[in-house]
Design a protein around this ligand. Structure first.
Ligand code: AP5
Length: 215
């Protein structure tokens, strides 16, 4: 099963993808996570990507498409994957379609998580992430026991640089201009299901699972 989680920053793509990956036994492929690791490790890719990410802009298509092409070739993607944060432009969507087509595969379902602007700002400004294991929290909606430490591994919790209010606004603008057109793109292909991303975490997971089953 090959899934795409689509939606604006803070829609819950990453949190849902983690949970669905466990449920279905297929990997979450998050371009954001891959790029942040590259920035942290100061690799060639990280050095190129950092300035775009810091200002909330998209990293150039050619770089991101190459990352995904390499990742999808790995054995653990053989029985399926969940793309989180990719594609984000029509060019990326066409590239992944062609990539999968060449392997005799396709995207089975595109889940479009809808969340209003005001809620997104609340979600992103309160997000905290574990520096060690990547576990995500929210200071109000999903608070850790100790506000500085991860419940799971006791790693340090931090706020992403692009979760500051000015950058959030820039990311939302970029989403509207460059990523929102993918809703129509996948609607025309018949693979898109739109889900209200506001509500309890489990409730949203169940809606996604039903959409995947075609219910
Ligand atoms: P990326 O890491 O992909 O960021 P994003 O798409 O902006 O998405 P987020 O991670 O901010 O949000 P999310 O939807 O995953 O929400 P989450 O589950 O964390 O990309 C970062 C940057 O990398 C981009 O700006 C770009 O520069 C670059 N990049 C990445 N991919 C690229 C690509 N394909 N092309 C070009 N550039 C690319 O949830 C958010 C918060 O809400 C959390 O605190 C969570 O606890 C909380 N929450 C989740 N669900 C709920 C709920 N139901 N109720 C209440 N709170 C909730």
């Amino acid at each position: 099963m090959n899934l795409i989680l689509l939606g604006p920053p803070g829609a819950g793509k990453g949190s849902q993808a983690k949970s669905l990956a466990i449920r279905y036994g297929i990997p979450q492929v998050s371009t954001g996570d891959i790029l942040r690791a590259a920035v942290r490790d100061k690799t060639g890719l990280g050095v190129k990507a950092k300035s775009y990410m810091d200002r909330g802009a998209l990293v150039p298509d050619n770089l991101v498409v190459e990352i995904v092409a390499e990742r999808l070739k790995k054995d653990d993607c053989e029985s399926g994957f969940i793309l989180d944060g990719f594609p984000r432009t029509i060019m990326q969507a066409e590239a992944v379609g062609a990539m999968l087509g060449a392997l005799g595969k396709k995207i089975d379902r595109v889940i479009n998580l809808e969340v209003a602007h005001k809620e997104i700002v609340k979600r992103l400004s309160g997000r905290r992430v574990c520096r060690n294991c990547g576990e995500g929290y929210h200071i109000i909606f999903n608070p850790p026991v100790d506000d500085k430490k991860c419940d799971k591994c006791k790693g340090e919790l931090y706020q992403r640089d692009d979760d500051k209010e000015d950058t959030i606004e820039a990311r939302l603008k970029v989403y509207e201009e460059q990523t929102a057109p993918l809703v129509d793109f996948y609607k025309k292909k018949g693979s898109l299901v739109t889900i209200d991303g506001i509500g309890g975490f489990q409730e949203i997971t169940e809606k996604i699972v039903n959409a995947v089953k075609g219910k």
